[in-house]
Design a protein around this ligand. Structure first.
Ligand code: ZN
Length: 270
């Protein structure tokens, strides 16, 4: 999906509370000097907080850029390219362009109240393999090429589907890590478990499949627009499309970094 920052950002406040009351959260490590260790932790905690806040600011900036994005061609041309892209890839999906006037039709046809509100407002687009549906705002049809890209990914076999599905498993990651962490041996050297030492990397790695799959969906969309240049020539200007998709992808990259930071914070906040 094109998240536009708002609904896909994982900030520390989203993730930290889950740990605070977790009865399984334990496993304190013995430090050589309690005072030294506390000072160190405080320093790292402040630094992590600064990093998290900077990343959130950057993500909001990318979302704002994305909201201001311009189309790469006339809306009718964009829709033709979208239809051709779906046909060439043998996708039996419906392409929907949603606005305030027609969103109720989508809501009742797909029995999904509220699912199209953000799309109608121009603030989201999505692909659903269950509904065989890709939708974009009527005012920003160019977002649909990326969504069709997700559709192509979904049709490309196990590995692509693994990338696609990994995001849904993310929700249970913090709890899983904590449960596992309590069972792991602590190193003699620094008194930390493997998870405590690598919390940041593990958090980011968990998000990496999503970042890659989002990137591939965008590349497919850009390639479809590029191929259509043979038909439409200079009626197509690829630059704004690349720019839009880049900012959208940045919000995913930043979400991954934020997840890494919040994992690290969690391991510190013990
Ligand atoms: Zn996407």
């Amino acid at each position: 999906m094109i998240g536009l920052g708002t609904n896909y950002n994982l900030n520390c406040s989203t993730y930290t509370p889950a740990f605070k009351n977790n009865p399984y959260y334990g496993g304190g490590y013995a430090a050589p000097s309690a005072v030294d260790s506390a000072a160190k932790t405080l320093g790292s905690a402040a630094l992590l907080q600064i990093i998290a806040m900077s990343l959130q600011t950057l993500s909001q900036w990318c979302s704002a850029k994305l909201m201001q994005g311009k189309s790469f061609a006339d809306n009718n041309i964009v829709r033709n390219i979208a239809r051709d892209m779906a046909e060439k890839n043998n996708l039996k999906i419906t392409l929907g362009y949603v606005d305030e006037a027609n969103k109720h039709i989508f809501e009742s046809r797909y029995n999904a109240p509220n699912a199209f509100n953000q799309v109608a407002k121009g603030a989201n687009a999505f692909f659903s393999s269950n509904l065989n549906l890709a939708v974009a705002p009527k005012s920003k049809p160019y977002l649909i090429l990326h969504e069709i890209g997700h559709g192509v990914n979904a049709s490309k076999g196990k590995f692509m589907r693994f990338l696609q599905n990994s995001r849904y498993k993310l929700a249970s990651l913090p709890t899983a890590l904590l449960l596992t962490n309590g069972l792991l041996p602590k190193s003699q050297e620094d008194g930390k478990t493997f998870i405590e030492r690598h919390a940041g990397k593990i958090g980011f790695a968990a998000f990496l499949p999503t970042i890659i799959e989002e990137g591939i969906a965008s590349i497919r969309g850009i390639n479809a627009a590029k191929a259509a240049k043979q038909v439409y020539g200079n009626k197509i200007n690829l630059a704004p499309l690349k720019k839009n998709y880049f900012f959208a992808w940045m919000t995913y990259l930043i979400s991954g970094l934020l997840l890494g930071v919040s994992m690290k914070q969690t391991m510190l906040s013990e």
